[in-house]
Design a binder for this molecule. Structure first.
Ligand SMILES: *Cc1c(COP(=O)(O)O)cnc(C)c1O
Length: 371
């Protein structure tokens, strides 16, 4: 049997047609017309006023943190269970990341722990929706309002997902997305910052483009980055966005098929199908090994790989990152849920090109490994 990779994207819509259009018109840089179109159409889909396309989802977070003016002396609360990009953006800006543990069932930020982390220096909460279910936004927004905190919403894994019917990515003062190859819609590499605030959007545009000034182009009042997205990538984005509803339906079908095939397997915690605020979109199909299982995620992934199934480990908690420990951050902190799922959790092939036959083969293989 052929190896089943952890992710393979689906590129069967207008991708080829729009890419050819770029080549035939000569528009390949960020000046091309697909960039504006992708920004406008994606922002509209998420219900936001402004979209600013950037090079990737990590860059989107850097731009968001900088645009809000967060820096030395400021604290930003975020979940410890997330990708490095989130904490890195805060640390690079000179601000201090303050992490909270996650819920053992949804794997999302434990909103109940938020308020205890707030100090007079707290300026913002970085919300990160994890793996397929959104963060419980209602209580979080109430806390943010009570303490006058800005919200950065990292919706990199949530294109097309909703929280109580409202699009993920529509909650932050600034929201960010990634279009990496394993996201619901992809441009290969790419990202976007979304906001309803025209001034913030303008700051993001400037930060993305080296803070060139309209009057005196090569005179700089501030340091930005070259985080521009090219027209070729935006062309892919426009084509992918046309297919988003179908992609989301397929993701849910993949998740449901996995659950039907794996329910009842001893020693496995499966993803939650739904909460009262959202239906799981299964960006990735995660598994957590029960404590009674005599091997950890690394061993499980090795056994699956030997049998032709690609996997990825869960995120490693921010408070356990050597790079941050060396900076003196998170000293002595313990967040037991994140520590446990980092060691016991991994995810199965979850890409949009996955066939039902492949899913069934993965199920059979997982059952063999767990037996
Ligand atoms: C993928 C991802 C990112 C980073 O996006 P890149 O485009 O890979 O830089 C940021 N946050 C979350 C939650 C992600 O899943």
């Amino acid at each position: 049997m052929a190896f089943i990779p952890v992710n393979e994207p689906a590129l069967n819509g207008n991708e080829k047609k729009y890419l050819l259009e770029c080549l035939e018109t000569g528009w390949i840089s960020s000046e091309g017309p697909f960039v504006d179109r992708f920004e406008a159409e994606f922002a509209q889909r998420v219900g936001r006023q402004h979209g600013v396309a950037v090079a990737n989802g990590s860059a989107a977070l850097d731009v968001a943190v900088a645009a809000l003016g967060l820096g030395p002396g400021d604290e930003v609360i975020l979940p410890t269970f997330t990708i490095i990009s989130c904490a890195a953006a805060i640390v690079r800006a000179g601000a201090k990341p303050v992490v909270v543990d996650v819920d053992p069932i949804t794997w999302n930020m434990d909103v109940g722990q938020l308020e205890a982390c707030i100090t007079p220096r707290t300026r913002a909460i970085m919300v990160v929706h994890i793996y397929g279910l959104p963060v419980d936004m209602e209580p979080l927004l109430a806390i943010a309002q009570r303490h006058h905190l800005a919200i950065i919403e990292d919706a990199a894994e949530m294109h097309g997902q909703t929280y109580r019917g409202q699009p993920c990515g529509s909650f932050g003062d600034i929201s960010t997305f990634s279009f990496y190859a394993n996201k619901h819609i992809t441009t290969g590499e790419g990202g976007m910052v979304l906001t309803d605030d025209a001034e913030l959007a303008e700051r993001c545009r400037s930060l993305r483009n080296l803070c060139f000034q309209p009057q005196q182009r090569f005179v700089h009042e501030e340091l930005g980055w070259n985080f521009r997205l090219g027209n070729l990538q935006a062309a892919l984005g426009v084509a992918q966005l046309e297919q988003l509803d179908g992609f989301i339906a397929r993701k849910r079908a993949i998740g449901q098929r996995y659950t039907e095939g794996l329910v009842g397997v001893q020693g496995l915690q499966l993803p939650l199908a739904a909460t009262d605020y959202a239906e799981n979109v299964y960006w990735v199909y995660g598994l957590v090994l029960d404590d009674g299982v005599p091997f950890d995620a690394i061993e499980a992934m090795q056994r699956l790989k030997a049998k032709g199934v690609g996997t990825r480990p869960f995120f490693w908690p921010m408070h356990e990152q050597p790079v941050f420990r060396k900076m003196g951050l998170f000293e002595g902190e313990k967040h037991p849920v994140a520590e446990r799922i980092a060691r016991r959790g991994f995810y199965l092939p979850s890409g949009l090109a996955l066939t039902d036959g492949q899913i069934d083969q993965v199920i059979t293989t997982v059952r063999e490994v767990m037996a």
